[in-house]
Design a protein around this ligand. Structure first.
Ligand code: GLN
Length: 485
């Protein structure tokens, strides 16, 4: 196995034993990028030169015995995390030339842990989408089938891990943007509890829903990444001062006697039969591992999509008001006065999906409609959260499919927003309730496309999710295939 194909923990073992260097690992990853990036197109910006410098600095540290959690490990960042001095576009023309003057807190934390940054990954514009097709910088392809989408909005981060163009990566998840692409690319992806990871320096989409989390090749690497990412940040008012456990302590512990809730509302018409079969196999696997599965109900599930598509656009339209061409980003040169400059900048700077969300959000918040839409949606959201609180009095974790179908073809859903929105039918409720979720590979379709299973737990129970996912991964023996690129 080439170095680029290994996990964080395997590479750390080799680095500690002096069997390889970060410079070798980083060169191996960039060699892989050179070989496959033309086809996959995971990245908007590559950081090759600084990565090589960071790798050499890591090697000096390692020789001194000063090894941090991620020292010398190549990590990719979704292009909505501010990186000091490095282009940060959010997949949008309106930020096509934006170079932030500061690092996001998670970038700082990764840097302190010793990570080597490979680059900034492609994404749906402003994280609005499920396929990475709305990016101003072109479409990312699914490494398992280049005619298909990698999922979204963090499609570049998921594809980069699946194609071995980095060892792990960071994404963000507002309605499924980590878990859905993780499932479609056959990697592990976690959305932590709302408040668990600081969003300082994350370009906001919908502030009451956005969370940052990792993409990794296995559950152990997810625990390692969460050890770096989680924690209170005085710069971020919604981050919670809750203790962060060592997530590695939850690995390899077993789940004998656990109760697993299977929500009946998540096995619906329209779910692909091969996806359903793979998830039903996952249910048997956790039973073999000693867990007891019970049917539960999350009765307000049918309203999740409607609530999300009021709350998220409403918050987005206010977050996106700041892009007016004045202080940073793209500016249209055509305006004759200030008002016209604003209008032309926004008309040319935002793509169709972003404009659609701004219009929906503006409508939902407008006077006379606020009570009927935003307020109503917030009330139903409280009921959705209550469904989860009640469910977790009966079970330790919930198990569902991550997505209703495997990866679809590029272009297949671009003209049908409703079909696109349905891609997130099983992931959106988690964000509305604020609870954590993880998607783990659970098999392949006959066409060789990966399928993911989703596990959910109560607020701040990421450790429980890692314990469950680790036990599942061990018991399931999912075939260790790699995409043929
Ligand atoms: N696909 C969903 C949307 O378009 C979720 C995106 C996300 O989680 N960022 O809003």
């Amino acid at each position: 196995m080439e170095l680029y194909g290994l996990t964080i923990h395997e590479l750390q073992d080799r680095l500690r034993a002096g069997e390889t260097t970060s410079a070798e690992i980083t060169a191996s990853v960039f060699g892989r990028i050179d070989a496959v990036e033309k086809e996959v197109r995971s990245y908007i910006t590559l950081m090759r030169e600084t990565a090589m410098i960071e790798a050499q600095a890591a090697d000096v540290k390692i020789r001194k015995g000063d090894i941090g959690i991620l020292t010398g490990i190549p990590i990719a960042l979704k292009d909505l995390l501010c990186t000091k001095g490095v282009l940060t576009t959010c997949g949008s023309r309106i930020l096509q030339n934006f170079i932030p003057p500061y690092d996001a807190t998670v970038v700082e934390k990764l840097r302190e842990a010793g990570a080597v940054f490979t680059g900034k990954t492609n994404m749906d514009e402003f994280a609005m989408g499920s396929s990475t097709e709305t990016s101003f910088f072109g479409v990312t392809r699914n490494p398992w089938d280049l005619e298909r989408i990698p999922g979204g909005s963090s499609g570049g981060s998921a594809a980069a891990v699946a194609a071995d163009e980095c060892i792990a990566s960071i994404g963000s998840d507002t309605g499924g943007s980590i878990r859905q692409p993780a499932a479609l690319c056959g990697v592990v992806g976690m959305k932590p509890t709302y408040g668990r990871v600081s969003r300082f320096g994350l370009i906001a989409f919908a502030s009451s829903l956005d969370q940052i989390g990792p993409f990794t090749k296995d559950v152990e690497d997810c625990a390692i990444m969460m050890n770096v990412l989680a924690g209170y940040d005085p710069k971020e008012s919604t981050s919670v001062p809750e203790d962060v456990p060592d997530y590695r302590q939850f690995l390899n512990k077993g789940i004998g006697g656990w109760t697993v809730g299977i929500p009946k509302e998540y096995f619906i018409d329209g779910i692909d039969p091969e996806v359903e079969a793979a998830v039903r196999r996952a249910i048997r696997v956790v039973e073999e591992a000693g867990a007891k599965c019970i049917e539960i109900s999350l009765p307000h599930t049918e309203y999740c999509l409607a609530v999300y598509y009021i709350v998220a656009p409403a918050e987005a339209c206010s977050n996106l008001a700041r892009y007016d061409g004045v202080k940073y980003g793209f500016r249209s040169e055509e305006g004759r006065d200030l008002m016209e400059m604003y209008k032309k900048t926004r008309a040319a700077g935002f793509g169709a999906e972003v404009k659609r969300r701004i219009m929906i959000g503006t409508y939902a918040l407008s006077s006379g409609y606020y009570d009927a839409y935003y307020k109503k949606a917030s009330q139903v959201r409280a009921l959705i959260k209550r469904d989860f609180d009640e469910a977790f009095t009966r079970c330790d974790v919930i198990l569902t499919p991550t997505t209703p179908t495997p990866a679809f073809k590029v272009g297949e859903r671009t003209d049908d927003p409703m079909q696109m929105y349905l891609s997130d039918i099983f992931t959106i409720s988690t964000n509305l309730a604020g609870v954590p979720g993880i998607s783990v590979p659970c098999g392949f379709t006959t066409a060789g496309l990966p399928v993911g299973v989703q596990f959910l737990a109560g607020h701040f129970q990421e450790g429980r999710l890692i314990q469950f996912a680790s036990a599942y991964e061990k018991q399931a023996h999912i075939e260790q295939r790699r995409p043929k690129l």
